[in-house]
Design a protein around this ligand. Structure first.
Ligand code: ATP
Length: 368
């Protein structure tokens, strides 16, 4: 019999959770492909953990389904689900050594010969030789690896990771991101990773879902979401965007023509999510180039002039703030900028960009 959903895909269908009059997760539907690394990204309080808890069985949905393949698991007890969770707090047993912490899931299922499997898991997370230590004798990153080994030893179909790197400092966090990616591709289990860190989500996941107020704002590959944000919220939650108020005035071949604050702009039609009326013309700060002479703007570019108000030098890049004649502050990132280039606050500059680096969003949405 043909199936619509492969055996291991996770499908949330109209999943909703209310707490009294408050809706924490609002009619959420999405599919996570078996074997993929999926990130649920959103600000604190947007409903990420509640979603994860419903998948794990720690929270009952108010309505909707949690389907693994064709099977609705929403009403199964947590331990009956082929799902394991790794929390930010690690939740290791302090009185057990590392070996017994990792062996726990197997022993609970009555398996007695655990040696080989525990060692295999410890080797996977690169903790060979740590078997007899207690959790308190490990660093935060090492404890997180133990938590991972303990979750993976049960061979779940799905591993839920709730801000697993939240307690680590930046360098260790980076290392563990690399580790997690490696481990995921080695074991091939579906990873659902919850984070509020947009770089982490983009960097690690095959697919990112941006969540806001209990709903998915946009879902896609990191490059698609970054290059083609669907809403002003996504344009500013994932990186930064300059959004200029504009009106669509016509078309020229494959280009959409716009005016905004007295200037004319063009954008390829396929970069526009609105083709008429009031829109936001968006451009990422790193796509802008600065010149001090208007005449130096290459032909066919979009351009905005203004005065530099601030320059933030960060070594690898510099952020310039440019105040336009209508009082909007635009952000310009320049990699490898020369600190001696003579650009100081008060300098009159023009920022220009290639039309294909713009995006156009409808104006007047509910979250603006
Ligand atoms: P964080 O990143 O801070 O953990 P989150 O995106 O994971 O945030 P949730 O923990 O899912 O957010 O919470 C979503 C909303 O639901 C929040 O406004 C929270 O206060 C509310 N909420 C969560 N659990 C309960 C509960 N048991 N009773 C009432 N409200 C709750």
């Amino acid at each position: 019999m043909a199936r619509d959903t492969p055996a291991g895909d996770l499908r949330l269908a109209h999943l909703t959770k209310t707490f009294g009059a408050f809706t924490a997760v609002d009619d959420l539907s999405l599919t996570i492909a078996q074997g993929s690394f999926f990130a649920l990204l959103g600000a604190s309080g947007c409903g990420k953990t509640t979603t994860l808890r419903m998948i794990a069985g720690l929270e009952q949905p108010t309505s909707g389904q949690v389907l693994l393949g064709d099977r609705d698991i929403a009403r199964l007890r947590p331990y009956k689900r082929p799902v394991n969770t790794v929390f930010q707090s690690y939740a290791l047993f302090p009185h057990l050594d590392i070996f017994e912490n990792v062996a726990f899931g197997l022993r609970r299922r009555g398996i007695r010969k655990v040696d080989e499997e525990v060692r295999r898991m410890l080797s996977l997370v690169q903790l060979d030789g740590y078997e007899r230590r207690r959790p308190a004798q490990l660093s935060g990153g090492q404890q997180q690896r133990v938590a991972l080994a303990r979750a993976l030893i049960n061979h779940p179909q799905l591993l839920l990771l709730d801000e697993p790197l939240g307690a680590l400092d930046l360098k260790l966090r980076r290392q563990m991101q690399i580790e997690l990616k490696r481990i995921q591709s080695e074991v091939g289990i579906t990873f659902l990773h919850v984070t509020h860190d947009q770089e982490e989500a983009m960097w690690m996941a095959d697919t990112v879902a941006v969540m806001n107020a209990g709903r998915i704002e946009q879902l896609g590959a990191p490059t698609d979401i970054y290059e083609y944000p669907a809403t002003p919220f996504v344009a500013n939650f994932l990186g930064q965007s300059n959004l200029i108020e504009a009106e669509v005035t016509g078309q020229d071949g494959d280009d959409l023509l716009l005016t905004g604050h007295g200037s004319r702009f063009a954008t390829p039609r396929d970069r526009a999510r609105a083709h008429a009326g009031g829109v936001w013309l968006g451009v990422r700060p790193e796509k802008l180039h600065l010149v001090t002479e208007v005449g130096a703007v290459p032909a066919g570019r979009n351009a905005v002039s203004g005065v530099l108000t601030d320059i933030c030098y960060a070594g690898v890049s510099t952020e310039f703030l440019l105040r336009t004649s209508w009082g909007q502050e635009l952000s310009v990132f320049t990699a490898n900028s020369d600190p001696d280039a003579g650009l100081v606050p008060g300098t009159q500059v023009t920022a220009h960009w290639h039309p294909r680096h713009s995006f156009v969003l409808p104006r007047g949405g509910e979250n603006e």
